[in-house]
Design a protein around this ligand. Sequence first.
Ligand code: PLP
Length: 402
Amino acid sequence: MAKANENFNRLKESYLFIEISEKIGEFVKNNPGKPLIKMGIGDVTRPLAPVVVEAMKNAAEEMGVAETFRGYEDTGRGYLFLREAVAGYYSAMGVTIEPDEILISDGAKSDCGNLSDIFSDDNVVLVTDPVYPVYNDANLMGGRQVVFLNSNIENSFAATPDESLKADIIYICSPNNPTGAAYTTEQLKKWVDYALKNNAVIVYDAAYEAFIQDDELPRSIYQIDGAEKCAIEVCSLSKTAGFTGTRCGYTVVPELLELELKDGTKTTAQKLWRRRQSTKFNGVSYPVQRAAQAVFSEEGQKQVRDTIAYYQNNAKIITSTFDKLGITYTGGKNSPYVWFKCPGTMSDREFFDYMLKTIQVVGTPGSGFGKNGEGWFRLTSFNTAENTTEAMKRFEKMYEQF
Ligand code: PLP
């Protein structure tokens, strides 16, 4: 009989999230007159920008005409028109990335997970706790050792390396899901310096970079000197341009990033990633790549920025309420997520139940993201402005009891 990959036994079932959805289902069934406001949503809700829809329609028309029909894309790395558009986006940030260093994908989740294919199984992988689960789970499936670095209120949920740290591959997410914390240039430099000194590789998940409002915060790890020798950057149009259901992302693998082979010789991460993708991936559809290109046009940027501003305004509604109530939180300003301390000694699970029963507002208990999430809670800005305002009104009233 075929043998199963035993590494799957190392994965923890997300009982908390299953429990939550059961509780919500039960509440809705028993309380038909009490509609819920869902503030746990990690998905975008606003429609695609008109310029994006137009580009997708035009490309679909092209596919219906023999002269402009397209089959497999030759390189599998993404059409040059899109890789050039992404390179232009970096250039506007003051970062030089060649189109050849960019690979288009169907999103950041798959790339964050699949990148583990290019690394040897005996690497030690570091993730922060709390964490977006993909980094951990993908490496557990691959049989690698995963170690956790505490991200907590003492370091403002922006953990940096210390001398005792031993890791070969480091996953960093900034702005962070779930905590909303964004690394400063100085903090990110500590990671780049650590990676350069220890020949480690950083996999930098910049899926939320477009939410950064503070001009002095880095939006790409390549804004830090030396990162082109030690970092891979994974990015996505999911949150930037509402592509969660359209699917398109990009990963930058710099030419200068080297990996060591057992015999002491070197190869490049780019060579391996291209090989990996050409073996297991056949590219993103032409209409979607045209839609993605439109995101980077001048009009596209204007339209997607309007949508991001809508979510940022929702985040502001949440953080203003928290400021007024004196609640300890991170995120909100440079992230669609607001991460806050549950009242008193209440656990995050108890707080979930309490909010559901008293104000019918649903969020995400922090312990679902790791042990440092215990006693913390995540709300998101992806609901409507009306619902966010109503939720915060109820929230404020509820806090009169604490
Ligand atoms: N990275 C982070 C940190 C996320 O929170 C998410 C989605 O919530 C993703 C990646 C997934 O992005 P994509 O939709 O491009 O796969």
